[in-house]
Design a protein around this ligand. Structure first.
Ligand SMILES: N[C@@H](CCC(=O)N[C@@H](CS)C(=O)NCC(=O)O)C(=O)O
Length: 245
């Protein structure tokens, strides 16, 4: 397999992009990072569509022109290309299958539950796009069930979702859950802390994985931190404005 340099196209708010950034930075992979500004629609420019015709981040381009969309495929590809430590994506068929299962599971459960809330309660109102309270509430239900399964099954008897060691599955689920922090700026609905209150193993796992990924956890999440602060400030201003009416 070609061992040349790659370029990762990403956005700091995008959950799957952050999973890839953590993986690349933690493993010090020779990958250049190029941010795609989604609020400026850079994902729809002809230049970017030539790299990922799906118009989404993350996307990868190797120096020989090979392009790849989809975070899970990119994570697996980079793990193979750069021979990262085995625990990220184990060679053993059963250990690997468990990591694959966690990666597959997260899409329609954790990701679906988080995205429905964050899009409809924060991102859509912020960008003047239509939002749905019904969809946000459905997201709460989906996430509650997903968190219960994370607590009881994925973290039921092991410290990480794939088993005894940190893996690609932990990165995807962690970065998805982190986005819930934006809900601190939502006009209604439960915050991240409220939604995690009943899930002690999930909270302990979050703290463990964040600490293990430092200093990259903080550098990758600095933009999200700022977005959370801005969302909270906007909410306070709106509430202040309403109080004056
Ligand atoms: N299944 C894809 C999801 C990619 C995705 O939905 N990316 C979002 C950001 S999280 C995006 O690029 N949205 C921009 C758009 O749809 O215009 C993956 O895991 O890579």
């Amino acid at each position: 397999m070609a061992a040349g340099k790659s370029v990762l196209y990403f956005n700091f708010i995008s959950q799957p992009s952050r999973a890839l950034l953590l993986f690349v930075r933690y493993n010090q992979l020779p990958v250049d990072e190029r941010q795609v500004l989604l609020h400026k629609n850079q994902q729809h420019t002809p230049e970017f569509l030539a790299i990922n015709p799906l118009g989404k981040v993350p996307a990868l381009q190797d120096d020989d022109g090979f392009c790849l969309p989809e975070s899970c495929a990119i994570l697996r590809y980079l793990a193979a290309k750069y021979h990262v430590p085995d625990h990220w994506y184990p060679g053993d068929a059963r250990l690997r299958a468990r990591v694959d299962a966690a990666m597959d599971w997260h899409h329609m459960t954790i990701r679906r539950g988080c995205t429905a809330q964050v899009w409809n309660r924060i991102l859509a109102p912020m960008s003047n796009q239509p939002s749905s309270n019904v969809q946000a509430r459905d997201g709460e239900g989906i996430l509650k069930k997903a968190l219960q399964d994370l607590e009881d099954f994925w973290l039921g008897s092991t410290p990480y979702v794939g088993g005894e060691h940190i893996s690609l599955g932990d990165l995807l689920i962690l970065t998805e859950l982190e986005t819930l922090r934006l809900l601190a700026g939502a006009a209604e609905g439960p915050t991240m802390e409220q939604q995690l209150a009943d899930f002690g193993k999930v909270r302990a796992w979050l703290a463990r994985v964040r600490a293990e990924l430092e200093p990259h956890y903080s550098s990758v999440h600095a933009t999200l931190d700022k977005a959370v602060q801005n969302a909270v400030r906007r909410k306070q201003q709106q509430q202040g404005g309403q109080a004056k009416l």
